[in-house]
Design a protein around this ligand. Sequence first.
Ligand code: SF4
Ligand code: SF4
Length: 350
Amino acid sequence: MPENNADNSTGTPRPPGGRPDFRKYEQRYLEWGKAHPEFIYAAAPDSVDGGFNRPPPDRDSNPPDERPPARPHGQNPPPPEMMKTMQEMQTGMRRAWEDIEPYYDNPEIQPFEPKPNLWEDLLKFVADNWDDVNIGFTELPRQMIFRDKFTLFKYALVVSQEMKKDKINLAPGTEAGQEVMRVYSSLGLVVNDIARWLRQQGERCQSNHPMGGLVNTPSLGGKAGMGWQGRSGILITPQYGPRVRLAPVFIEHQVFDFTDNRNHDWIEKHCAGCGICARECPGQAIYSEKRINIDGVPGIGALRTCIDRGKCMGPFSQTQGCSVCIKVCPFSQGDGTYARLKTAVENKTG
Ligand code: SF4
Ligand code: SF4
């Protein structure tokens, strides 16, 4: 391959006149993993679809993923502001793939001695840079990796970022959709920045853009004790309810104490008596009963399917992100709602 047609460090094919498209990096990652199964952390044999793949039409038994479905051709083209966000998103995705390329040539586990108080330092780094980001740390169960996918490392920092209430309250519509896309893009940059900070501390890691998910992030966030999945399948957090997007950074060593807990599983009891999201969903996409895909998953018990993604696809595409299920959820109100609803559930159940 001529030198001016290749990435300097890796030989990644470069299209004439520009840097490689993020899909080329993604393709290289998948091919590298296939060629080096001894170095990857692969999905379990019973893992379900998601991530890069849209669900095949004959399979609706998958958990909801974080990826918006395709927009039908020619229908409601996104406004220019959203196009800009989408370009930023592609830059973030490409950066995430670019940053891990050096690992392909050096895949053996590397020694790392974390300095004391690394978690506190990370919390400070996060607080200094973002006022709407929260983190948790856990071990990634293989069942949460989407079918046929893999990560490079088995520990996961889970990162959430808020979608603003005033924008989501306008759902369904362009402004709410722009907020959804803004946070997809912003969170992609956040996980890239956190990963780069960790590498500066000497630890190897892999950021995963929320738009190119390799794992089921709502379940992973639940395992990390950051909230619990509500009836709509979205992680309900104490800070912002379901008004969050999630993305992980996979880490080589267990550098922090796990934040795992089940403090928020009472949310399921509240959902059992609520069901507003299912009633208000314009696509009638939210199942009345969650369907269990895989049972016995460490930390959370079961992986469940909550929505029919095929039915969600229409409203999602027509309104640039729908988000009605997020808007109508009582937990989205924030400001003490979590504590108030928890007390109500405790009083009811004794
Ligand atoms: S309310 Fe909208 S985004 Fe939520 S499940 Fe229904 S169609 Fe999908
Ligand atoms: S709207 Fe009600 S049922 Fe749906 S996720 Fe929120 S609390 Fe649960």
